[in-house]
Design a protein around this ligand. Sequence first.
Ligand code: 1HN
Length: 349
Amino acid sequence: MELASQTKQTPAQGARQAYYDRLSKLDMAPLWEVLKDIVPDQPKTVCAPAIWHFNDVKPLVSEAGSVITTEEANRRVLVVENPTLRGKSRITQSLYAGLQLIEPGEIAPPHRHTSAAIRFILDGEGAYTQVDGEKTIMSPGDFVLTPSDTAHDHGNTSKQPMIWLDVLDLPTVNFFEAGFYHHIDAEKQNTRREDNDSLVRFGSGVLPDGTDATLNRSPIINYPYAKMRPILERLARAGDIDPCHGARFRYANPLNGSWVMPTMGAQLALLPKDFKGKDYRSTDGTIFVCVEGKGLTKVDGQTMEWGPRDVFVIPPWQRYAHATCEESVLFSISDRPAQEALGFWREGN
Ligand code: 1HN
């Protein structure tokens, strides 16, 4: 009886609740009860910082090869899920990530969909992907694009398995409920261009006559690590080293200097040995891959130690700082281009 009287509403509260109940019947609700939740003072994230050590995940990715064929799976991928977003197939609220395995002799047949994808090659040598009629052979550290709605298929004609990180803007496209998928009825698409044609045409500071410069994404499908790594060395040697990020560039759309795709943007950074980065935060939750070296990243009271091929994620607006014990290279990707286009991307220290 005591308890009941304690939880009893005052007549005013009771009237208010009755009013809310009547609103609810019409699918309406009072803003003042939720205002603080939907308009936070500063970015509020449901993501957690997390790291996937390649040494831990590689055996499980390899085991997938005996669990299912690429033919049956279509794409043989283990989804990398943020620990606080389990079951949602996402690493941040806006991005999907997965580790894909393709065994020697296998093909992953062509299809196209609204969601754009990137591949960042982690392990193996010599498998290929084809994007809109162009084939490229992939090596570790290569950054490969599958822009929105482009036909793509993969195959492994090498003698070793290949593992790469897939990142797709699926949660973003699905947030807008705007995604289409098209099956292409073939084992592989026919190539219409020479291998690596797009890099040769657009990757050297010239634009051939007839180039459609309004394309909102890069025409280049593979930014090979062998071509990118020396650029970092130049930047570092010249002393162009940011106190937070090290010597860094962003992969650019050569037509307009913008990010490679409207929904996802990527960067590559060289952090010198014994680098001690300053604190940084930004509104784009960011996925990192260690390409080379060894170091750690402190975020929100947590320390994540990383080495080659490890994948880690920093949630939006959480302060982080990198430190190295060896010269290191970090690849990163986020939804920053989308936030910039919408006008709400912010950074700070
Ligand atoms: C996809 O098309 C690929 O083409 C990989 O390799 C992962 C995850 C969801 C939807 C489409 C690929 C994917 C995907």
